[in-house]
Design a protein around this ligand. Structure first.
Ligand SMILES: [Zn+2]
Length: 306
């Protein structure tokens, strides 16, 4: 299977479950799609204007989760874990049909999406992939929260740090190479919250579907989930999953290096908006065997871009 060609999934995959924030039950079917169609969401419970493209400029809210909306105000929310799975697995094209406003949260991670896609397999096409190559360092700062992206040779590196006063979460740091590292811990890491924030979230109309089955809840020095953590750095690893999902709203694989401290959906979105505002910040490269950009002179590296 050439790593230079666009990919989709082999057959339809259906997921059912509640949305983390809305608490609403949704059935979602991820379907194979033609080359160059990209990732497309379709709200099957709505008859007209029901297509929503996961693009950075369509993000209508990035508070606690990523919500995208089309021009008619039709939206789908909490798309980031599914998008992170698709990004990591190199799925370029898929149609995602959903009959409600929020993607099922399942176990709070991308584990079940990845397992299901790995089981049915990936289908290659003849169409070449396109990548975004970062040409200039761009930074976005919001108080103590910072995020930057800068050019890298061949990979997409994400270097993430989170800082909590809570001792169990504390300061955690991790970095991954998205196209090369084993991402199992990233995919398996669940969303999390502090016990004392739950009431506040519920009052805001959020976390209506939240439970210990789909989120890690930390109360003082204790993790309330009986099974504990899935990996040592589960908190920061989940933030890296979110970041991957939000990066896919650029539409392409990115060659660059992200460094983020205490960021989240909003910061990643603001950074990407800044990057794509100016053509000098990036180049869009179509990767074919005959037309390799300079960064790809070492062909042995190509395998890592799948
Ligand atoms: Zn998340």
């Amino acid at each position: 299977m050439s790593v230079l060609n666009q990919k989709t999934i082999n057959t339809n995959l259906t997921f059912k479950g509640v949305g983390l924030h809305s608490g609403l039950l949704a059935t979602m079917t991820v379907k194979p799609a033609e080359p160059n169609s990209g990732i497309i969401f379709k709200r099957t419970d709505i008859k007209e204007d029901n297509i929503i493209i996961p693009n950075i400029f369509n993000v209508s809210s990035a508070v606690f989760c990523t919500t995208i909306s089309n021009e008619s105000g039709v939206s789908v929310s909490t798309i980031e874990h599914l998008m992170g799975a698709l990004y990591g697995l190199g799925i370029d094209n898929a149609l995602i049909e959903i009959d409600n406003q929020e993607v099922p949260i399942l176990d709070g991670s991308a584990k079940l999406f990845v397992a299901a896609i790995s089981k049915i397999g990936i289908k290659n096409s003849d169409a070449p992939i396109k990548i975004v190559k970062i040409e200039k360092k761009i930074e976005f700062i919001d108080g103590s929260k910072t995020i930057s992206i800068e050019p890298s040779k061949i990979s997409l590196d994400i270097d993430f740090e989170l800082k909590y006063e809570n001792e169990i979460i504390g300061t955690q740091k991790n970095s991954v190479k998205v196209f090369e590292s084993d991402l199992s811990d990233i995919y398996n890491s669940r969303t999390f919250c502090l016990f004392e924030d739950i009431e506040k979230l519920k009052e805001m109309g959020l976390a209506q579907g939240g439970s210990l089955d789909n989120a890690i809840v930390v109360k003082d020095n204790e993790i309330l989930n009986e099974e504990g953590l899935r990996n040592e750095k589960e908190f920061v690893n989940h933030k890296i999953l979110d970041c991957m999902g939000d990066l896919y709203l650029s539409g392409y694989k990115i060659i660059g290096k992200i460094v983020c401290s205490q960021g989240g959906h909003k910061l990643t979105n603001q950074l990407l908006r800044k990057v794509f505002q100016n053509n000098e910040n990036f180049s869009l490269v179509e990767i074919t065997e005959k037309h390799l950009p300079n960064v790809f002179v070492n062909k042995s590296h190509l395998r890592s871009i799948a």
